[in-house]
Design a protein around this ligand. Structure first.
Ligand code: NOJ
Length: 684
């Protein structure tokens, strides 16, 4: 008998349920129920897995109790939300997605995994793969944006980064793809609300990143809190057992979301904890995070014949197998030998990806790169180093972060700073001092946007304008600017609906939340040391009423025609987004030509690119497909590829994509964004 079988043969019911239980410590607070962590519960095998504890010393101490003082010496599995970095905080995932660079996505995950491993962790609850087309939903910040092709590419890169080539590697940790599935489509963008959609939509848009995660060998998956078409994911035999385990072939560990098993009672599908536990276990959930429903409910469910011991054993086997794959039995202390703080190397990576995540939304009259040296730096986010982490800061420390004021000053600019207003209060008393700086400056930089906790979990917003009195501050600055360029650096965990701000600004840089090297990264782009290359992975609405807004819409029988009233339109706003998917300016000036397709087992699509600008820059191009199928409509554009090319002034090159041939009538489009006016096309 192998180790796992003999352990299972020896385990009491309590010890088995301990392996299916994950309890939170309090190094981070990521959910509502706080039960004090008891070392006795670990010693007696009642708890076999923990979250929200990190650090070499703390994890070793607790692991020692499990390994040396519990009857069966089974090591604990320790998980944590390292969503965009652990000690070194990288840009939020939506920002990182803006790089459209799988190697960079992988590099930050690898660094985070190494830091997690240093902190004694074995698992991160990442990557978050929820496609989101509704910026009211705060968790759009944590994910890959609006498109399934992008979400799938992120899934592959992140899982390679976290898990390395073997989970047994010292610097590797288990990834947990979440939140399976369609959480991003919550009704009206309201957190934890229900979702409802056709199976076609589910399979085409929301499922593909999870399919990619399974194909990439993801070790674990977390079902969403939410219900889909009337069945909570935590209890969905169809979606967990039939689709995920059956059809996609996932054989790893399913970890419930925080308290989600007990919340089946609130969903109204279970009448007590035993029923809730039975529903989740039967659907295939292996670990109950923070509900105590397995520990307390499964013994009762066994008595009532709602579950069988075989169901419990199968889940225990999957959990122990993961511990074995992580090499925990062999050497439970191999991770957590020493905390790693932020290092020179991790900072350099954070600065590089920080700069490449920034999206230059607008740049009129070459307001950027900055020609001026005397800068008035205004706004509540100008000197806000700790806010730069954004939601889910991992174990990142505020004192390790660099704000914009520090970054610009260190870049040698002559900076005068005043916040003007706070992010959320109504106090306008600081505005005159901010305006007073404008007279003496050659350029004005306004740092505006959301506070770090305004996006992320439980952070839905119905209004997507600037919070507090920031709009008034901006308007006063525009009045005062007297022709000087006003550059807005906009921080947010989502696209904001700010058309007036954008139209009055000379330049707008969407900074999202760039992480611990924010100030340096922003200075690099503003000064021209780095040419901006980020592209928005999500459409920016003109108005909240346009939401959900995304490029992959299916055609209307009455497409908008300004000459015909009875066509698809709003009477008070354009149909188009303020900025389409893929939009992002550079300091170069690119043109495309000669789009061509070469046949073969895979189609090869090529396009020539020239940089007519005076600066070196990187262009990003997207390949879209439009298919016509008898009997069923297809999206106007489906993303099938993205690629980048760096060109010096007057430099030219070719970007190549490959894609499988499609049956029937189809057309390919290539261009710098999903704006149809910017695309070249070729029939295939
Ligand atoms: C709840 C969140 O939905 C999930 O993403 C996270 O991993 C857990 N809390 C654990 O913190």
């Amino acid at each position: 008998m192998g180790r796992i079988d003999s352990l299972i043969a020896e385990m009491t019911l309590t010890e088995k349920l301990g392996q299916l239980t994950m309890t939170a410590a309090d190094y981070a607070v990521t959910g509502p129920v706080v039960t004090p962590l008891s070392e006795d519960a670990i010693r007696s095998g009642v708890i076999g897995n923990l979250l929200n504890l990190y650090g070499a010393e703390a994890t070793r101490r607790i692991q020692t109790i499990a390994v040396e003082q519990s009857r069966l010496h089974i090591p604990l599995l320790l998980g944590f939300d390292a969503i965009h970095g652990q000690r070194t905080v990288f840009p939020i995932p939506l920002a990182e997605t803006s790089m459209f660079d799988p190697a960079a996505w992988e590099a930050t995950a690898r660094m985070a995994a190494q830091e997690c491993a240093g902190d004694g962790l074995h698992m991160t609850f990442a990557p978050m793969l929820d496609v989101a087309r509704d910026p009211r939903w705060g968790r759009i910040a944590e994910g890959p944006g609006e498109d399934p092709f992008v979400g799938s590419a992120v899934a592959r890169a992140k899982i390679r980064g976290f898990q390395s080539s073997s989970l047994a590697d010292v610097g590797a940790i288990a990834a947990c793809a979440k939140h399976y599935v369609a959480y991003g489509a919550v009704t009206a963008g309201r957190e934890y609300a229900s979702t409802d959609m056709s199976e076609g939509m589910l399979r085409e848009v929301y499922l593909p990143p999870f399919r990619a995660a399974v194909e990439a060998g993801v070790a674990s998956i977390m079902p969403a809190f939410t219900d889909l078409n009337g069945v909570p994911l935590t209890a969905s035999t169809f979606l967990l057992r039939d689709v995920l385990r059956g059809e996609l072939g996932f054989d790893g560990v399913l970890v419930s979301d925080y308290h989600a098993v007990a919340e089946l009672l609130n969903h109204g599908v279970a009448s007590d904890l035993a029923e809730a536990a039975a529903l989740a276990l039967k659907a295939g959930v292996d670990i109950d995070m923070m509900s105590d429903a397995y520990r307390l409910g499964l013994p009762v469910a066994l008595e009532r014949d709602l579950v069988a011991m075989d169901d419990i054993d199968a889940a225990v086997r999957r959990v122990l197998t993961l511990k074995e794959r992580l090499d925990l039995f062999q050497d439970p202390y191999r991770r957590g030998r020493a905390d790693t703080g932020v290092t020179t190397q991790s900072r350099a990576l954070a600065r590089d990806v920080g700069a490449r995540s920034l999206v230059l939304l607008k740049n009129d009259a070459n307001a950027l790169p900055l020609a001026a040296r005397k800068i008035a730096l205004i706004g509540p986010l100008a000197d806000a180093a700790s806010e730069m982490r954004g939601p889910w800061g991992g174990a990142g420390r505020p004192e390790d972060c660099v704000g914009v004021l520090q970054g610009l000053t260190e870049a040698g600019l002559d900076v005068r700073h005043a916040p003007g207003v706070a992010i959320e209060t109504d106090d306008l008393s600081g505005v005159p001092a901010a305006l007073a700086l404008c007279a003496d400056a050659d350029a004005i930089i306004l740092c505006l946007g959301e506070a770090l906790l305004m996006s992320g979990e439980a952070a839905s917003r119905a209004h997507l304008g600037l919070p507090g009195r920031q709009r008034q501050l901006a308007d006063a600055v525009f009045e005062k600017a007297a022709g000087k360029p006003v550059i807005v650096v906009l921080f947010s965990g989502r696209p904001l609906a700010v058309p007036e701000l954008v139209s009055r600004a000379g330049a707008v840089l969407a900074a999202w939340f760039p992480g611990c090297e924010a100030g340096h990264a922003i200075a690099d782009v503003l000064t021209g040391k780095v040419s901006p290359s980020g592209r928005t992975p999500v459409s920016w609405p003109r108005a909240v009423g346009q939401i959900p807004i995304f490029f992959g819409e299916r055609p209307s029988g009455r497409p908008f025609n300004p000459a015909d009233h009875f066509t698809s339109h709003y009477s008070d706003v354009e149909n188009t987004p303020l900025f389409p998917f893929g939009h992002g300016l550079t300091y170069g000036d690119f043109s495309l030509s000669n789009l061509r397709v070469e046949p073969g087992d895979l189609l090869t699509v090529k396009v020539d690119v020239v940089n007519h600008g005076v600066r070196a820059a990187e262009e990003t191009l997207f390949l879209f497909l439009n298919q016509k199928k008898p009997g069923v409509t297809r999206p106007l554009l489906e993303l099938k590829g993205f690629g980048k090319i760096a060109l010096t002034p007057s430099g030219q090159g070719t970007v190549t994509f490959t894609l499988p041939p499609t049956a029937g009538r189809a057309e390919l489009f290539v261009g710098p964004s999903a704006d149809v006016r910017s695309l070249l096309s070729v029939p295939i």
